[in-house]
Design a protein. Structure first.
Length: 263
């Protein structure tokens, strides 16, 4: 899947990259189909091919339906996954803000700086490792967040404040676990292979669908290849939540980190 990652990186850096790639694919498929198809068909008796046209049309209609079903399911799965990650990030950010609000007026400046330092480390760890899918569930930066409770108890005598902070930490823990699970549940090579095989079976069938007008067949074929490539590119893009053009905005954590650095 390294090629997919490189594709997303280029697509993210250059907004025109995917469109340019689709144009190139359409041109190459147009030339290839126009030059190669007559040679392939020459190995078959043209009368038999024409007799098979109805069967090939039914095959392509069924194959197109199956391909569309898989594409739509995978697309929706990717969108739901991104929504889950985005929601988890905002829950974590909200809980961090709650901790800041609850602690700011309850402890001395030195203790408050200890707490903000723990929160900064957590945010920096996510921004360094999360988008690269390197964030570990038992990361030290996360475990140290729970040091906020004993740090609070150094000065705050209000038990309910500590309970509220502990509740916020539990929210962070739950949301973080859900986020990491969603980030790491990307498509496997086998799932991608299914889409590639279904797409190949669909376009190969077009070679044997003789309309007696090669230029029209070539135009339709190249457009189908372009559409297929576009759909596959979108699936690959959505499958990586932090790269490409369809990405998850992490500015909520960036903004929080900047705010903590100013305090």
């Amino acid at each position: 899947m390294q090629s997919s990652s490189r594709l997303n990186t280029l697509s993210g850096k250059h907004k025109w990259f995917l469109a340019l790639l689709i144009v190139i694919v359409v041109i190459v498929s147009f030339i290839g189909f126009y030059l190669i198809t007559p040679g392939i068909r020459s190995f078959f008796d043209y009368l038999n091919v024409k007799n098979l046209s109805d069967g090939i049309a039914i095959y392509m209609a069924f194959q197109g339906f199956v391909f569309a079903l898989f594409i739509s399911f995978t697309y929706q799965q990717g969108i739901n996954r991104q929504q889950a990650i985005r929601a988890s990030l905002h829950i974590e950010a909200k809980s961090i803000m709650n901790i800041l609000v609850l602690t700011k007026t309850e402890v001395s400046k030195n203790v408050y700086e200890e707490i903000t330092s723990l929160l900064r480390n957590y945010l920096e760890y996510f921004l360094a490792e999360g988008p690269k899918k390197g964030e570990q569930l038992d990361a030290e930066a996360f475990q140290k967040l729970f040091d906020i409770i004993p740090t609070m108890k150094k000065e705050s005598t209000k038990g309910n404040i500590c309970d509220l902070i502990y509740g916020a930490l539990q929210e962070i823990s739950t949301a973080r676990s859900q986020r990491i699970a969603a980030v790491k549940s990307n498509l496997t090579r086998g799932q991608m292979l299914i889409h590639e095989v279904l797409g190949a079976m669909l376009v190969i069938g077009f070679i044997f669908l003789d309309m007696n007008l090669l230029i029209l067949e070539t135009i339709i074929f190249s457009l189908i290849i372009g559409t297929y490539s576009l759909l596959l590119g979108i699936i690959i893009d959505i499958d990586d939540p932090f790269e490409g053009q369809w990405t998850i905005d992490t500015s909520v954590f960036n903004n929080l980190l900047e705010k903590l650095k100013l305090q």
